[in-house]
Design a binder for this molecule. Structure first.
Ligand SMILES: [Zn+2]
Length: 235
């Protein structure tokens, strides 16, 4: 089983690793990895796996039967190779900022209006949210974005740690986002934005709300009866 270094330290930009297995010449399994695999509403990381000065571009990272698989752009890596991994940090850091921003926005909206988050997808340049809310009013959403921005101007730590499943599920609202529905595991990873939100979550986050910066509304959509959609981005 690959050691998921990004869950322990989301700020690791480089790491050494060993190739455990290569499938079809281009799907690489490592003993440990800094590359986040697509999942939970967060896109995969990209970057490079380097062996003896030769760089293999990491095009896609996914999870197949529990193993993290790195798709590289050309063959020749093989089991036993010692490699050095380098993240496309600019992309990852934006995704970390967006992911933490998404938790704050969801938490404020949910606490303030009772809205249920039904879908959520992060992209490198925007965040999309689907939620269920009876009353639809763009100014309400703008208000919650403004509230979120106020928080991003303050010094609020973000922490992540593990809890036994039973204990974790006692936290009110710990599963707020549809994407975050916790896998059937005895231990859950909790992302806590101190005083704001606690979520069962396997994503990568910044360690202080100050790092988010500011978010701005792109557009809102009314998708029928109670279904709403909002797009926002980092600015
Ligand atoms: Zn999340």
């Amino acid at each position: 089983m690959t050691e998921a270094l990004f869950l322990i330290d989301s700020y690791l930009k480089e790491s050494s690793a060993k190739v455990v297995l290569v499938k079809d010449g281009k799907y690489v399994i490592l003993n440990r990895t800094i590359f986040y695999p697509k999942g939970g509403g967060q896109p995969n990381d990209t970057g490079k796996i380097i062996k003896n000065l030769e760089a293999y571009n990491v095009m896609h990272v996914d999870k197949f039967s529990g193993e993290i698989s790195h798709e590289v752009d050309h063959p020749e890596l093989k089991a036993g190779d010692a490699v050095h991994c380098v993240l496309n940090w600019e992309r990852r850091y934006k995704l970390m900022r967006s992911h933490t921003a998404a938790h704050v926005f969801a938490s404020l909206l949910n606490k303030g209006t009772g809205a249920l988050i039904t879908g959520n997808q992060l992209e490198e340049d925007h965040v999309r949210f689907d939620f269920s809310l009876e009353k639809y009013d763009r100014t309400i959403l703008e208000e919650y974005l403004a509230k979120a921005n106020q928080l991003f101007a303050t010094d609020v730590p973000v922490k992540w740690y593990e809890l036994p499943r039973e204990e974790a599920l006692k936290i009110p609202g710990v599963v707020k986002m549809a994407h975050a529905f916790p896998p059937d595991l005895p231990i859950l990873r909790i992302v806590e934005i101190v005083g704001v939100d606690k979520q069962a979550d396997g994503g990568t986050h910044v360690k202080n709300l100050k790092e988010v910066g500011k978010i701005e509304l792109i557009k809102t959509e009314n998708k029928g009866k109670h279904n709403r959609r909002i797009y926002f981005k980092l600015n």
